[in-house]
Design a binder for this molecule. Structure first.
Ligand SMILES: [Zn+2]
Length: 331
């Protein structure tokens, strides 16, 4: 287990109750497929404590998160709000009985898991939840690679593929959240790989995720040289995704993050494929310099998810203050 104090306390010990606190204290939890990050702090830039836990089964993962937050609250005072950013698919409609639960997921043991129950009972009643990729998009837009643009899409390529949008003005009214990793995609010529998605086989995630890369070549992408055919093939699929985003949900910038793309070597292939796929249809993007600005790397690295979780909490508190208990302050 990794434990780190990210930044020093700025003014001594926090008071015991948020009612008497000039500056509220927040919690964030980022539940990913392999690791779960928990943090408490005054803002994403002023984290007091942070822990990285392995994501194992739901009960033991959430129990360890509860233990972290309980100890942190004993040390620093009560949380005003907790932001939960979890891998999906999630039920995010607050009026549904399954609110805050995982829906059917390929991750063993997690289908139907109730993410919110123990956190609400033992950590904080003021909870706001969204997907991990939506939270990462929010953080990159507000604090990272999207600070100079009006809107941003964040694509993460890891074990799976996810896409989040910021700002996301539809999230309180739509029946489910985006799952763009499972978009059907046009196969590259000569690509006979069956695909690894347990639901669809050869959807985008089935053909181009980290799991697919490992199944295709027995290696992680970073272990392959940049002249390996993996870059052109996978970059082609991800470029089609970028073109689909440009056509379907136009944003001012798209950033490609996640563990598979962390070294940035895939970006030129993605840009080139996106431009080819658009075929000159978007005149504003039919230019190398424009495409270089349009598709880029994240600025927050692997901190985007937990920063986004803390932003969910700070935003909820700013919106609702002490009066939002029992509501779902996601707007
Ligand atoms: Zn799929």
């Amino acid at each position: 287990m990794e434990r780190a104090a990210d930044s020093p306390l700025t003014s001594g010990r926090a008071p015991e109750s948020p009612a008497s606190v000039a500056e509220p204290l927040y919690g964030g939890i980022e539940g990913g497929g392999t690791k779960t990050v928990c943090a408490v702090g005054y803002s994403p830039d002023r984290v007091l404590e942070r822990v990285v836990l392995p994501t194992s089964d739901p009960d033991s993962t959430l129990q360890r998160a509860v233990e972290f937050f309980s100890a942190a609250q004993r040390a620093h005072g009560r949380l005003a709000a907790l932001g939960v950013a979890f891998f999906g698919p999630l039920e995010l409609r607050a009026d549904r009985p399954a609110y805050g639960r995982l829906l059917d997921t390929p991750k063993p043991g997690w289908s139907g898991a109730d993410v919110l129950r123990s956190l609400k009972r033992h950590v904080c009643t003021q909870i706001v939840i969204d997907t991990d990729v939506a939270a990462a998009a929010l953080a990159e837009w507000r604090l990272g690679a999207g600070r100079d643009v009006s809107s941003l899409a964040y694509v993460t390529v890891g074990t799976g593929i996810g896409v989040g949008f910021a700002p996301d003005r539809l999230k309180d009214i739509r029946p489910f959240h985006p799952e763009a990793g499972h978009l059907p995609t046009r196969r590259a010529a000569g690509d006979a790989f069956a695909g690894v998605c347990p639901f669809h086989g050869d959807c985008l995630e089935g053909l181009a995720s980290g799991s697919a890369i490992h199944a295709r070549w027995g290696e992680e992408l970073r272990a392959l040289p940049v002249d390996h055919p993996a870059y052109r093939l996978i970059g082609g699929y991800l470029g089609r995704l970028a073109a689909s985003i440009a056509l379907l949900a136009p944003v001012e910038r798209i950033v490609f993050g996640g563990g598979v793309l962390a070294d940035g070597r895939m970006l030129p292939f993605i840009r080139s494929a996106a431009r080819d796929c658009l075929g000159g249809y978007h005149a504003a993007l039919d230019d190398t310099a424009a495409m270089d600005l349009y598709i880029g790397s994240p600025a927050l690295g692997d901190r985007a998810g937990i920063a986004g979780a803390l932003l969910l909490a700070t935003d909820a508190w700013a919106r609702c203050g002490t009066g939002c208990e029992g509501q779902n302050p996601r707007r």
